[in-house]
Design a protein around this ligand. Structure first.
Ligand SMILES: *[C@@H]1O[C@H](CO)[C@@H](O)[C@H](O)[C@H]1NC(C)=O
Ligand SMILES: *[C@@H]1O[C@H](CO)[C@@H](O)[C@H](O)[C@H]1NC(C)=O
Ligand SMILES: *[C@@H]1O[C@H](CO)[C@@H](O)[C@H](O)[C@H]1NC(C)=O
Ligand SMILES: *[C@@H]1O[C@H](CO)[C@@H](O)[C@H](O)[C@H]1NC(C)=O
Length: 457
């Protein structure tokens, strides 16, 4: 009698809370050093090319409360070549941050509002791999987008309960390429048969248009006192930054550009963090996603201390076991890949026009900027969004104004045609959810709800 009761009882518990995913092989029992939590986590590999043995690694964190009712959010970091698990999940908007031997809870984790899916992409990044080393050569935007789409389709086979959830694709920095390009492939696929419920995209400090984005840096440096009047002049009329980067990735830096850049580097100093110009640097440091899109910066990173913690944590054998992760073809896990040979000329592909076509298809877009970032400054981004709205004939539906987080100004926002939004996050770096977690969380929540950023406190 009591045994039977127990059976009935345990079945009930199971149906209510854990049946759909209970036996999933990718379920994480517990991460080393992790505090007890009520939500489930999964991680592992999805094969995107059996022939070349290309496998992408993901980390999936279910929403804290009632996951089936919450949207699914894919988060991608940039580089190209940096890990969304290392940067996004473990230092920006995931539930935990490594601290010495343990994981601390992030109070503003985005899984309070959504089911968060982090993807290491393309192969050669983070724990993602290919056994054919040639797969790391000349990887480009096109291959990355295709692999990301195959990943998503196969991931849905593993997690069918999320198939109909509204999907938001988000990311930062070079994900200004990945996100719109993937969204575009989904739109094409949906035209044949609506199978992925794409509901919106959000991009933080994204690379959208090479010339505008990179050349906004000179004025940002100058207006923040990082360079002198005369250096500003040669950095705009002598050799501008887009010309320098363009020459750099063609291995043909001119004498003029070389001279201008050493002047800029000397004055702006490597002891100021270019991803947050108000912050001190933490020495020593490792490479970051943004260091790759902004070559020869010699700059250190704000969250290098955090990053070092992450590198230590993700290189622990017990952590890799718990994550079902493997090191294939590399000796250790790196925040940004040392083996990926990405086609850097793809930096010059404008993706702002793809954003335009997504808006035309009715996909809401939020583009936001951490306002202390000088790598992809808010000024270039704001100009691009404004120009796009004009091209699309979208009128302003929310005029440029402040928004609030608590009793303080969280930033500024403007909305066009109720579908294309721009927002700044006040006091935030290139990695906004890292440096301003609370404000970024408010931004994220309003983005998911489809409402403008809050005007009251
Ligand atoms: C998703 O929607 C399709 C079509 O409406 C339906 O057949 C399927 O059962 C739904 N799946 C889930 C998991 O809700
Ligand atoms: C897509 O998501 C929205 C919002 O959750 C939902 O109302 C709609 O039914 C979903 N569409 C499909 C085809 O499942
Ligand atoms: C940057 O320099 C290039 C090459 O000299 C030039 O074509 C371009 O117009 C410049 N752009 C800006 C915004 O100054
Ligand atoms: C935008 O504003 C202009 C001028 O007020 C108006 O003529 C036009 O119809 C508006 N467009 C839309 C899409 O509302």
């Amino acid at each position: 009698m009591s045994a039977a009761l127990f059976l009935v009882f345990s079945c009930f518990i199971c149906i209510a809370s854990c049946l759909p995913t209970h036996h999933h092989p990718d379920r994480i029992a517990r991460l080393p050093g992790q505090p007890p939590v009520d939500f489930q986590q999964f991680s592992g590999y999805v094969s995107v090319d059996e022939k070349r043995e290309k496998a992408l690694f993901y980390y999936f964190v279910e929403a804290e409360i009632d996951p089936p009712s919450k949207p699914l959010v894919l988060w991608l970091n940039g580089g190209p070549g940096c890990s969304s698990i290392g940067v996004g999940a473990f230092s920006e908007n995931g539930p935990f941050r490594p601290n010495v031997e343990v994981l601390l809870r992030n109070e503003y984790s985005w899984n309070r509002e959504a089911n968060m899916l982090y993807l290491d992409t393309p192969v050669g990044v983070g724990f993602s791999y290919s056994t054919g080393a040639s797969s790391y050569e000349t990887v480009n935007d096109e291959i990355t987008a295709k692999d990301n789409l195959v990943f998503l389709q196969k991931w849905f086979l593993d997690f069918p309960q999320y198939r109909n959830s509204s999907l938001f694709i988000t990311g930062e920095s070079y994900a200004g390429h990945y996100v719109p390009q993937l969204a575009n492939l989904i739109i094409q696929l949906n035209k044949k048969k609506k199978i992925i419920n794409l509901t919106g995209i959000a991009l933080g400090n994204p690379l959208l248009e090479f010339s505008t984005d990179y050349n906004s840096r000179a004025e940002y440096f100058w207006s923040h006192g990082l360079i002198s009047d005369s250096t500003y002049n040669v950095f705009t009329s002598g050799c501008n930054y887009s010309r320098y980067v363009s020459e750099y990735y063609r291995d043909s830096v001119s004498v003029l550009c070389s001279r201008v850049m050493s002047l800029v580097n000397r004055e702006s100093s490597r002891f100021v963090d270019k991803y947050d110009v108000t912050l001190d640097v933490c020495i020593p440091s490792v490479l970051s996603q943004s260091k790759i899109i902004a070559p020869h910066q010699n700059s250190e990173r704000i969250d290098v201390c955090v990053e070092d913690e992450i590198t230590k944590y993700l290189n622990r054998r017990d952590v890799q076991m718990a994550l079902h992760a493997r090191l294939v073809g590399v000796r250790k896990w790196d925040v940004c890949s040392n083996i990926l040979d990405y086609d850097m000329l793809d930096l010059e592909i404008p993706t702002i026009s793809i954003i335009g076509s997504l808006v035309k298809e009715g996909i809401p877009v939020l583009i936001y900027s951490g306002d202390q970032d000088s790598v992809i400054p808010l000024t270039g981004t704001r100009t691009l969004v404004h120009k796009l709205a004009k091209q699309l004939g979208l009128n302003t539906t929310v005029t440029y104004r402040v928004w609030f987080e608590g009793q303080q100004v969280g930033g500024w926002t403007q909305v066009y045609g109720n579908i294309l939004s721009f927002g700044t996050v006040r006091g935030a770096s290139h990695e906004a959810p890292f440096s301003q977690p609370e404000r970024s969380f408010v931004l994220f929540k309003s983005f998911l709800s489809g409402k403008p950023l809050p005007l009251e406190f």
